[in-house]
Design a binder for this molecule. Sequence first.
Ligand code: GLN
Length: 539
Amino acid sequence: MASAKHIFVTGGVTSSLGKGIISSSLGKLLQARGFSVAIQKFDPYINIDPGTLNPYEHGECYVTDDGAETDLDLGHYERFLNVPTSQANNITTGRIYFNVITKEREGAFLGKTVQVVPHITDEIKRNCLLLDQTGKYDIVITEIGGCVGDIEALPFLEAVRQLRWELGPTETLVIHLTLLPYLNSAKELKTKPTQHSVKQLSEAGISPDILVCRTEHHIPVDMRKKIALFCNVNVNSVIESIDAETIYDVPLLMKKEKLDERVLSKLKLAHKTEPNIESWKEFLGKLKNPTSEVTVGLVGKYVELPDAYKSIVESFVHAGAVNECKVKIEWIHSEKLSKENVTQILGNLDAILVAPGFGERGFEGKLDAVQFARVNKIPFFGICLGMQCAVVEFARNVLGLKNAASVEMNKDTPHPVIDLMESQKDVTLKGGTMRLGAYACDLQKGSKAYAIYGKAKIKERHRHRYEFNSKYLAQFEKAGMMASGINPDTKLVEIIELKDHPHFIGAQFHPELKSTVLAPHPLFVDFVKAAILYSKNRK
Ligand code: GLN
């Protein structure tokens, strides 16, 4: 049974209010008071996981150490709490149904009619308590995706209602995140949508304990009283969440509003200590007072939706702060790049990052970007597909291997420098079939990668099907592209770098998935450093 306290975060009025950031910020404050906190996300869609979702649909797919393909909010949980998440932290309706239907086929229900209540709700509750059962946490925060009022959210809300009843009033808490829209014509914030969404939540049998109200303007005291009156909460449980300059301000704003104190007193938890957020404040201080500025080009094909590159963007925030440098990202659509316009589009950048991705679209443009960075000695960082592009570009333009390619883009290429691994060749299913999760990597002494990490053994997270084809390795190394990171078990090439270039690094893994506020990723920190140097030397 449960031993942790459970906090549920629901959302109303509209999606995209930032439940993930509120959950992470609250988690941070509670953690900073000495509690051990986990955050999990329940998503109401039918996909088993977001691994098969197009980035345009749902933003980046965040991969955990254990190889789970999860919602991008888990990235926020890790970046704020600095604690790794896992498959158990992200459950979808699809997975719940999959588990129940699998049990039904096994005959586990002994002839009973299988129904949403109790079978689906039981499975939701079982999953909800999984992290708690590890015994590692004092508090588990569960973010319920989507909006109150969505048909697909109903079984989750019903499960929350039942859990509230079963675990008892001081063991659980519901925070409802809503919006107070500002009507310009009336010059007023409006509370009606909040009232309606609380009403909808109570129709599901749940009365929220705390309301967090997203707003563009400060909420006057009278309005807080009005919301409290209509929504059955104490006035000091109406929390203002005003638009912030950066998401990293939100924990401090929530502290100012005493969200953590309200939570602790409602859960009858002793306010052990004041939150220790000194290192967080130090990070914010550096972030907001940069002494230099660089512009990094992010070359990718999903640039219309920056959420597709969420973790990369946040890694630059962390790495920028360490370097006291403002990192401006220029979004460059790889489909629009060609040999003819590359100088004009990339000529003013201080560094170039070629992003991860899948499929042929925009591939040639990425190769043009790599070549431009290599030839002009502009700091370059290739991530996953970006690293594969660096390998293909080098094969074609330095080794002279005509039509060299990744077999993902051209399966009949005469030079498959990026190839499918034997173990991947018979895989026909899409979901969960890539090289996923954390793998070990040994760094070669004397390499840039070794100097950057400051150690020989690392572990990084992967999400890809194709690999550097080691048959070509000797040829590459002879010409100056070295494999500076090798998987000790499979001997697969995990990092490549160029010897005669100030900063040219490609990683087959995704370093952005491990960068946090308190532990910015060394590859990003060094890339920003190289960009600063390049920009200074140019002036
Ligand atoms: N499409 C490439 C592969 O599957 C790279 C994937 C990625 O960038 N995440 O190997």
